[in-house]
Design a protein around this ligand. Structure first.
Ligand code: CO
Length: 283
């Protein structure tokens, strides 16, 4: 059964960090989450004033942040002494777990800065696991070409293209996340199986698409939440259409969030705030 487009969350212009202009779709309100995904921000600007302030040192606890840099150069530094340069096509998969303190600062004073930051929730049993950080250079992310001229980058999980399994660098997490970046020519179609267990959404960042049998349209800058089913079919309605497809097994657990802390109860949030104040959030 094909998944249909059920709900559209328009990306909303806002700012975060020290004043970085972003477009937030998922996560703009508590109702706008899609379990296990908490938030999706797109940053896309050629104007340095929109991004130069960056994200100075700040904490996280209880979930994972995934940064996908389409174009630009940012430097990640954290309390564990990690330093990671994110450049065109690189991905950073960071597990905050019990706590991380990091900064994400632009390393360019002009030119295009473009990419995404996704927040992926962790199950209760994993929220306090040790922090971990993984830099994935663009060269380690497999790309597969379609016969129709389009292509797919497999960041997380695996895709099967023309009978060949394409495995991304991120595998084996509890929510079994899928993170694909798909490019299609006008009228190009992408059809693929998706486990029925997964909540699935698509964010279009170039062009527009029609989804499923009823061909409901999804325009650029919008997140489209899909309904039940075990396959997706997406057709590009414009030349050089680009979208990311995210899917994961919902946790179905209560969420208590205070800014960069995402736990299950308000007591755990109080603890996170106290730990941060006492300097023991991340150690
Ligand atoms: Co952060």
């Amino acid at each position: 059964m094909q998944k249909q487009l059920q709900q559209i969350i328009p990306g909303r212009a806002t700012s975060d960090g020290a004043g970085v202009r972003i477009k937030r779709s998922l996560g703009q309100s508590q109702q706008a989450r899609f379990d296990p995904f908490l938030m999706l921000d797109e940053f896309n600007s050629e104007s340095a004033t929109d991004y130069i302030a960056g994200f100075p040192a700040h904490p996280h606890r209880g979930f994972e942040t995934v940064t996908y840099m389409l174009e630009g150069h940012m430097l990640h530094e954290d309390h564990m002494g990690n330093k990671g340069h994110l450049r065109n096509g690189d991905v950073q998969w960071m597990t905050a777990g019990r706590g991380i303190i990091h900064s994400e600062m632009p390393q360019q004073e002009h030119g295009l800065m473009r990419g995404f930051q996704l927040w992926l929730n962790l199950p209760a049993a994993e929220k306090m696991k040790p922090a971990n950080y993984k830099d994935i250079p663009a060269a380690d992310i497999p790309v597969s070409q379609f016969k129709n001229g389009g292509s797919i980058k497999v960041i997380a999980n695996s895709a099967v293209i023309d009978g060949k399994v394409i495995s991304g660098p991120i595998q084996g997490l509890t929510t079994q996340p899928i993170y694909w970046d798909v490019n299609l020519p006008l009228n190009g179609k992408f059809a693929h199986a998706i486990p029925a267990t997964h909540n699935t959404f698509i964010y279009v960042y170039e062009g527009s698409v029609a989804i499923g049998e009823d061909a409901r349209q999804l325009e650029v800058g919008n997140a489209g939440l899909l309904g039940a089913g075990d396959e997706i079919s997406v057709t590009a309605l414009s030349e050089n259409t680009r979208f990311i497809l995210l899917a994961g097994i919902p946790l179905k657990e209560p969420i208590a969030q205070y800014g960069p802390f995402v736990m299950n109860t308000t007591d755990e949030i109080e603890q996170a705030i106290q730990d941060y104040r006492n300097g023991v959030l991340a150690e």
